[in-house]
Design a binder for this molecule. Structure first.
Ligand code: SAM
Length: 340
């Protein structure tokens, strides 16, 4: 199926609103918006120590531009969900106002957040009030010394942030654990038991060979099958029905006196490109149609006199989306600049 224009979409699918399809017919309705390429952690699988940002001198999108972009994608292209990410999104000044402005413009949008939680203790409540419904937090270990050597950060801040998120009552909290052979596989059961006790869905992620962390991630790679074997030593895993477009393969788990749900995100060994419904936009206005494809498209020229020229934006979007890789292969840009 080629790219469908708005009129053709309505005719073909009988839907009242517009929709965006890529060159192989995947409906694109989710945006990952990186609002801050800087991060306060140096996770070795994401942003190795010493990595300088190549885009430091590049102009950034203002929050007003982000709101305008989201409005246009929602109204003209049927966007249904925005994931606010980074870098570390909680470092972005005015983040709460940005979320509130997006929500005020489009209350129907689902707004979710991915964060390392180091500043969530201060921001959980205002972000929930502004419109964030669900939160994914990244946590690869429960051991303070291991956390410090893997990320350069302070585990107690992160646990404080997660506790604040639990207290203020987001609809859902998921915990992302990047699975690393020889680094944290001995903690999978502990992380899962901890998550189950708190009512969090713990998801184990394959380390993707992205940017300057690619070699590190290849060396420490654990496949979904390997992760399931490790978790299966302590927990009974029962597969749950697969929801369309969900990145995780989900399982009901029980063991160690607890039960809950866990997920495995396996883009390397069990890619889910056929169900991809995402595009990504970075803080610097670059549109990445695929996480595992280095090509990106510059949206910045679409702003004229402080406003989005939708004809220009449309041309950039079409170029990007029509050519979205059916299956991703290589990404040279560091994950920290992409938003995960
Ligand atoms: N700073 C935020 C955080 O830590 O959640 C948001 C950005 S971070 C890039 C988004 C997610 O990508 C995190 O869950 C992180 O663990 C994950 N991630 C980073 N590098 C990865 C890699 N090479 N492979 C798989 N996941 C990765």
């Amino acid at each position: 199926m080629g790219y469908l224009g708005l009129a053709e979409n309505r005719e073909a699918f009988g839907r009242p609103g517009p929709a965006l399809y890529d060159g192989v017919g995947r409906r694109i309705d989710h945006l990952r918006l990186s609002v801050m390429s800087a991060c306060d952690l140096h996770c070795r699988y994401c942003r190795p120590v010493g990595l300088r940002s190549a885009t430091v001198r590049t102009r950034s999108m203002t929050h007003a531009m982000c709101v305008e972009l989201v409005s246009w994608l929602t109204e003209d292209h049927g966007l249904s969900k925005v994931r606010i990410t980074g870098g570390e999104p909680l470092l972005a000044a005015g983040l709460v106002d940005l979320v509130a402005a997006i929500k005020a413009g489009h209350p129907e949008l689902t707004l979710v957040l991915t964060t390392n939680a180091s500043r969530l203790a201060f921001l959980a409540e205002p972000l929930r009030d502004a419109g964030i419904e669900r939160v994914n937090v990244s946590l690869d270990t429960l051991r303070a010394d291991r956390f410090a050597s893997l990320t350069g950060g302070d585990l107690s801040e992160v646990l404080g942030g997660i506790e604040a998120a639990r207290r203020v009552g987001f609809e859902e909290i998921k915990v992302n654990v990047v699975a690393l052979k020889g680094i944290n596989e001995d903690e999978f059961a502990d992380l899962l038991a901890w998550g189950c006790r708190q009512g969090f869905e713990v998801r184990f992620l394959e380390a993707m060979p992205i940017g300057p962390a690619a070699d590190f991630n290849r060396r420490h790679f654990l496949s979904g099958a390997q992760m399931r074997r490790i978790v299966g030593q302590c927990f009974e895993l029962t597969p749950l029905p697969q929801e369309f477009g969900l990145t995780a393969r989900r399982y009901a788990v029980s063991g160690r006196g607890v039960s809950g749900v866990c997920g495995f995100i396996t883009p390397v060994s069990e890619p889910f490109c056929g169900q991809c419904r995402r595009i990504r936009v970075t803080e610097h206005g670059r549109l990445f149609p695929c996480l595992l494809d280095s090509r990106s498209f510059d949206l910045m020229p679409a702003w004229r006199d402080g406003h989005l020229d939708t004809a220009v934006a449309e041309r950039v979007l079409r170029l990007a989306v029509e050519d979205k890789a059916p299956r991703g292969t290589v990404q040279a840009t560091p994950m920290v600049a992409l938003g995960g």
